[in-house]
Design a protein around this ligand. Sequence first.
Ligand code: FPP
Length: 262
Amino acid sequence: MFSFLNKDQTTGEVEERQLDETNIPAHVAIIMDGNGRWAQQRHLPRIAGHKQGMNTVKTVAMAASNLGVKVLTLYAFSTENWKRPSAEVNYLMKLPVDFFGTFVPDLVKNNIRVKVMGYTDQLPAATQKAVNDAIADTKDCTGMVLNFALNYGGRAEIVTAVQKLAEQVQTGQLTATDIDDDAIDRELMTADLGELRDPDLLIRTSGEERLSNFMLWQVAYSEFVFTQQHWPDFDQTALEQAIYEYQQRHRRFGGLATDNTK
Ligand code: FPP
C-alpha cells in the first residue's frame, strides 16, 4: 500500500489515504493546463509559467515511475498552439532542449524511456535534435515510457491513419472490410505502445473540463479526473489524489459491473 496525505481542496481538511498498489493505472495521460494563469497570478510573464511547468514535468515523471505507472503521456504542444504569439511559441520550442539537456541522466538512472508522438518533422531543428537524442539515449530503458505529445492533434492523427489505410486499400494490401479497431490502432501514433496504448486515466489540470483535441480515439474508455491546481502547482500528492479517485471508479467498458449492482 502507498499512503499519502490528502488535502480536501474546499475544506482544507487533511487525512491519510491508501493507494491500492495492485490497481495503479498503467497508462496515465495529462493535459498540462494553467501555466499562463499560474504566471499571471504572480504578475510574471507567461513563459515563467511554462518554465515552472517544465520543472513539474520532472517531479511528476519521477513520481509516476515510482508509483509503477507504465506509460505517462504529457500533452506538451498541440497542433493548435502555433497560433500563440511567436515569442511564446519559440520559448515552448526551447523547453525540450532545456529539459532533455539537463534531465536525461536522471531518466536513464530511473530506467525511463522517452517517446514522442506528433508531427515532429515540423518542429525547429534544435527541438528535433533534443528529442531524437533523448530517444536514442534512453532506448535501452525498460521501465516507464515518458511519452511527450509534441505538435500533436487527435483529429490530425486520425486523419493521417485513415489516409494510410486508404492507401493500403488502394494498393490491395487491405479490403475496406478489413478496417476495424485493430487496423486503426495500428496506424495511430500510439501503435508502438501495444496493449498500453489507451490511457486508463486522463488528468486535466487547472479546472477546464474539455479534451482539446487530445487522444480522441484512445480515451474512449479512460477515466477522467479534473483538478483545480494549475500545472506548475501539480505535484506527487496531486498525482496520488488523482489515482486515488481513479481507484474509486468502477470501469465497465460498456459491460456490467461484476457484482451487477454498480
Ligand atoms: C498549457 O497552459 C500549457 C502548454 C500549452 C504548454 C505545456 C508545456 C509544459 C508544461 C512544459 C513542457 C515541457 C517539456 C519538457 C516539453 P496554458 O499556457 O494554456 O495556460 P493558461 O490556460 O493558463 O493560459
